[in-house]
Every structure is written in structure tokens, then in C-alpha cells.
Ligand binder design. Structure first.
Ligand code: NAP
Length: 324
């Protein structure tokens, strides 16, 4: 049984690899909006959804700043984007969202060099390690990278977003936010707590992404800046949820479905959130692909969202004049 599962997994992996490299061209959002004269920042832009979003925005003519921890890798991808889109206004800036000092360096540089910011996509993310890991700044690694860093980054750039309206903040989250059944704002960093296991820790960080978006949208009401979060339902996620089922029958019967969904492994729904006129006035929403969905009960708790916001402000050390 196990051997069969391994073989099936290998076949799926091979199909995905072939598709990625030789066959499928990414599908794009049907919107014809052009972004000439607009500036976008995409974090986590050296691979995955972040990279595809950077490419999609570059194709629309935006000035794109790719925030990446691995500058060498991101620069390689940046050159591909420039060559394939003929948009030369795409470049890489070093950004480690797990390190608040790096987030501060990145945003200081942006505030010095950029006079406007129309789109901010927070796509940098890690899955939680099996055992607890602390960053050099003594934050729990997953919470720092997935929530606290993006929280600080967005807050530091809010002034620029507000002076560039209409503008949008898009936060990558995951259906994995449902793994989290409980969260204590006062113990958000998890530094001192017993490690809860990777699903729970990842789920907590993703729940924070939803709650952050909810509170951010509230604070941005009437400013012309919108904030929404999204679970991009792509192939990786399909494989992930299927492997959880641990059931050969559903695994194989869903294989064809998976192969069809592989066609959608791209940034179409993210591109949609960044540019579509249809959702220009929507804010504080949770999207799965391009549809507004209802997140978990906790993710809709406005009181909790405010408390998580305040705890995050304190943890990242937001100064009074940096608060919104
Ligand atoms: N893909 C899916 O199926 C799926 C499904 C649901 C939700 N999501 C969500 O979508 C987001 C992106 O997922 P993905 O599939 O694109 O993941 P991915 O391919 O692993 O991309 C994550 C990106 O974040 C970067 N990153 C990691 N640590 C970083 C750090 N400390 N500082 C800056 N950047 C860092 C990675 O850079 P390096 O590669 O250089 O480390 C990479 O570019 C995540 O929030 C995830 O929860 C994805």
C-alpha cells in the first residue's frame, strides 16, 4: 500500500514538473487593467505565488519591487521577468520578514526611494518546523516570518499607501488558519510556551494573517486603501489536503481532478485581488481563489483582531508615530 502511494506521488510530481517546465503557460486574470505608472511591492517574490504575482504585475506594466530573502535566486527570476515582459522597471530588494531589523531596513529604503505605492502583496511565508525555532531576535520563527514581519512591514508602508490611493494590500493566508482552535494575544510570540506542533503553529500564524487583515481594513476605512486576504487554491494545496486524508481511494479518484487543477497553478486569483475593478471597494474580506468566503469563527472575531493587532504592535516595537 505504502509503495503504491509513493509511486502515485512520484507520478504526480513528474506530471507537475513537466507541466511547470514545458507545457503550461500560467493563466492570467482576465482583467485588462494596465499598471503603467503604478508601483507594487511583492514579498516572498523569489518563488511560488509571490514570484508569479510579481510576474503578473510586471506584465501589466507596473514598477515591481521584489522583496526577497534569497537575493541571488530572486535576481535570477527578476532577469527572467524583465526578459519575458520587456518591463525593465522590476528589481529586487533584500527582505527577511522573519527579522524585524531587516523589515525596518527594507522599509526605510523604500520610503527613501519611492514616491508612491499602489499595491502591497505580503506573500513571504514558511511552513512551521517540527521543533521550536527562535529567530536571532528571539521571536518564534513561524510567527515572526508569517505574521509579525508582514505586520511591521505593512504598518511602516501605510503612510505611502494612503498617499497613493486608490491602493491595495493583499495578504496571503491559508485554509490552514482553521487548524488553530485557540489563540492568546498575550502569548502571541509563543517564545516561552511549549511548542504546539507544526500544524497548530502554522495555523496560528495564518489565523493572525486573517485577523490582521480584518483589523487593518477597519483602520483603513474611508482612506481609499483596501486590505483583503487570500488562500490561493493551487496544486500544492491540493496535494497537501489529499495527503492528509491518507486514503488511497480518494487519493486516486481525485487524481484527475488534481491534474485539472494543476492548470490553475498560477497567480490568477492574486492578480485578480490586486487589479480587478469588480472588487475595488471590497475590504476586510477573506478570499479563496477569487471568491469571498467565510473564514473560521475565530478569524471573524473583531475583538480578537483588535487584541492581536495591539499585541503585535508591542511585540514588533512600533513607535507611537508609526501607529495607525
Ligand atoms: N501554494 C499553495 O498551494 C498555497 C495554498 C494555500 C496558502 N498558500 C499561502 O501562500 C503563501 C505563499 O505560498 P507559496 O506556495 O508561494 O510558498 P513558497 O513557494 O514556499 O513561497 C514562499 C516565499 O516566501 C519566501 N520566504 C520564506 N521565508 C522568508 C523570509 N524569512 N523572508 C522573506 N521571504 C521569505 C520564500 O523565499 P525562499 O524560497 O527564498 O525561502 C518564498 O519566496 C503562503 O502564505 C501560504 O500560506 C499557498
Amino acid at each position: 500500500m505504502l509503495e503504491l502511494l509513493v509511486i502515485v506521488s512520484l507520478i504526480i510530481g513528474a506530471i507537475i514538473a513537466i507541466r511547470d517546465h514545458y507545457i503550461n503557460q500560467p493563466v492570467r486574470c482576465p482583467s485588462r487593467v494596465l499598471l503603467k505608472g503604478k508601483t507594487a511591492i511583492v514579498t516572498g517574490a523569489s518563488s511560488g505565488v509571490g514570484l508569479e504575482t510579481a510576474r503578473a504585475l510586471a506584465e501589466r506594466g507596473a514598477r515591481v519591487i521584489m522583496g526577497a530573502e534569497d537575493v541571488k535566486r530572486a535576481t535570477k527570476e527578476c532577469v527572467h521577468i524583465i526578459n519575458s515582459t520587456s518591463n525593465k522597471d522590476v528589481f529586487v530588494r533584500e527582505l527577511n520578514t522573519g527579522l524585524m531589523s531587516s523589515v525596518r531596513d527594507f522599509t526605510s529604503e523604500i520610503l527613501k526611494t519611492e514616491s508612491a505605492l499602489h499595491i502591497l502583496v505580503n506573500a513571504s511565508s514558511v511552513s512551521a518546523p517540527r521543533v521550536k525555532r527562535l529567530t536571532p531576535e528571539c521571536f518564534e520563527y513561524t510567527m515572526a516570518t508569517n505574521h509579525l514581519g508582514p505586520f511591521l512591514l505593512t504598518n511602516k508602508l501605510l503612510g505611502l499607501l494612503k498617499s497613493s490611493t486608490p491602493s491595495r494590500v493583499v495578504v496571503l493566508t491559508s485554509e490552514g488558519h482553521r487548524f488553530c482552535r485557540d489563540i492568546e494575544p498575550e502569548a502571541l510570540n509563543n517564545k516561552l510556551r511549549t511548542y504546539m506542533g507544526s500544524f497548530e503553529v502554522y495555523g496560528q500564524s495564518k489565523l493572525c494573517n486573517n485577523l490582521f487583515t480584518l483589523e487593518l481594513a477597519k483602520r483603513l476605512q474611508g482612506t481609499g486603501v483596501t486590505a483583503n486576504c487570500i488562500h490561493p487554491k493551487t496544486a500544492g494545496d491540493e496535494i497537501f489536503s489529499k495527503s492528509l486524508k491518507n486514503n488511497l481511494h480518494s487519493f486516486t479518484t481525485n487524481l484527475m481532478d488534481l491534474i485539472q487543477k494543476v492548470e490553475k497553478l498560477d497567480a490568477r486569483s492574486l492578480d485578480y485581488l490586486c487589479v480587478s475593478d469588480e472588487i475595488a471597494d471590497l475590504s476586510g474580506k477573506y478570499f479563496v481563489n477569487s471568491e469571498v468566503c467565510q473564514g473560521s469563527r475565530l478569524s471573524r472575531d473583531k475583538n480578537l483582531a483588535r487584541k492581536i493587532w495591539e499585541a503585535s504592535e508591542n511585540l514588533v516595537g512600533l513607535l507611537p508615530d508609526e501607529r495607525h
